[in-house]
Design a protein. Structure first.
Ligand code: ZN
Length: 372
């Protein structure tokens, strides 16, 4: 659903599919609403050209904002898995949290600073364009670009975690209290209060007649709230899994299946008898692949007596593996990214073990109850 744009500074950049709708929505609202009211007397085509170019400038600005976070992160050795651009912003997916509050604050402020810098440059061009009597279409586009970047910078500075301002806030509490978890909890609570206020304000705005702005404010409030909850959950999971390796939680005595039995036999002798959702397929000590319930489901019932496991399985080249020395958090990220429920741990083509989503959840639950 998401389109890959390419790599910038070695980071894959993807566009979330919702962005196309937002792009059209923004171009449209500029072309038929904002621009005609601010700059009357231009042609329909000109308004649309301004709308489309301005929407493109908005997205480029969001991308540069995100890249400036990533730049500081990479310079300090924090890996960024990818950047996803979606509605009114982007997300830099960090695979690790910053290790110290100073870095968190520096990383978070880089984005809004960049937005204000772009706003200043476009604003200066807009001003000069006015003096030089440049065509209205150009000054209108520049003026909007400056305005939207200023709004972007201000919005992101709201102290509502996980927005940039909220990260600065968390970093400063973290520095004082020395507790990362405690700081995240406090920042999340403040963020939820702000989002609640925004939603109440949005409803009030609708009641008092400003329907469109009201909807926007409610939507942004909801967006912040769900972001804060997700971040808190991620922080708690990250803390619970700290120091755990794949080798600590993998199952070593794995039940495997031979490749030459039929899918029918696989169902009646394995899936209906044991509780596992997938089995590595092994022949002569060599792993050939993995067969899951989904593989079985893809074979029509009438063919299950003839098709063999080897034919139905996901072959080795396409199975997702992880090293035994990888961290539990890495294993979790791989599962999420590849959308699989189990990872094989191989040494060459020999099976060392298997780790499932269930193993991860159990480890997290146990450690949250007993350790943190
Ligand atoms: Zn930002």
């Amino acid at each position: 659903m998401s389109v890959r744009l390419g790599k910038i500074m070695g980071i894959p950049v993807t566009i979330h599919y919702t962005l196309w709708f937002v792009f059209i929505l923004i171009a449209w609202s500029l072309a038929v609403g904002y621009m005609p009211s601010q700059y009357p007397g231009l042609g329909v085509l000109t308004y649309w050209a301004i709308g489309i170019v301005s929407a493109a400038i908005l997205f480029a600005s969001v991308l540069v904002h995100e890249l400036s976070h990533s730049y500081i992160a990479k310079k300090n050795g924090l890996p960024i898995a990818r950047i996803t651009l979606f509605f009114f912003g982007g997300v830099s997916e960090m695979t690790e949290e910053p290790q110290n509050p100073g870095l968190e604050v520096r990383m978070a402020t880089a984005g809004p600073l960049m937005s204000f810098l772009i706003a200043a440059v476009l604003g200066a061009l807009w001003y000069l364009g006015g003096i030089a009597r440049a065509p209205v279409a150009i000054t209108a586009t520049l003026g909007y670009g400056a305005l939207i970047n200023a709004i972007l910078g201000i919005f992101n500075l709201l102290p509502a975690f996980p927005l940039d301002g909220g990260r600065v806030f968390r970093g400063s509490i973290w520095k004082r209290s020395k507790s990362f978890i405690g700081a995240t909890r406090t920042a999340t609570r403040v963020s939820e209060a702000i989002s609640l206020l925004m939603m109440v304000g949005g409803f009030a705005s609708i009641i008092f007649g400003d329907f469109v702005d009201g909807i926007w404010i409610i939507f942004l409030g909801w967006f912040i709230r769900s972001g804060a909850e997700t971040s808190l959950r991620q922080t708690l999971i990250g803390e619970a899994l700290a120091g755990v390796r794949v080798a600590d939680m993998m199952t070593r005595d794995v039940m495997t299946v031979p490749g030459n039995i039929t899918v029918h036999q696989l169902v009646s002798n394995y899936f209906l008898v044991h509780r596992h959702g997938g089995y590595p397929v092994v022949e002569d000590g060599q792993v050939l692949g993995i067969v899951t319930m989904q593989c079985v489901r893809s074979i029509p019932k009438e063919r299950r007596e003839t098709v063999t496991v080897k034919e139905a399985m996901i072959p080795c080249e396409r199975t997702v593996t992880v090293s035994a020395s990888a961290s539990a958090l890495d294993a979790m990220n791989i599962m999420a990214r590849q959308n699989v429920g189990r990872l094989l741990i191989l040494e060459g083509s020999r099976l060392l073990g298997i780790v499932t989503r269930g193993d991860l959840m159990r480890t997290i639950r146990t450690r949250q109850e007993l350790v943190t």
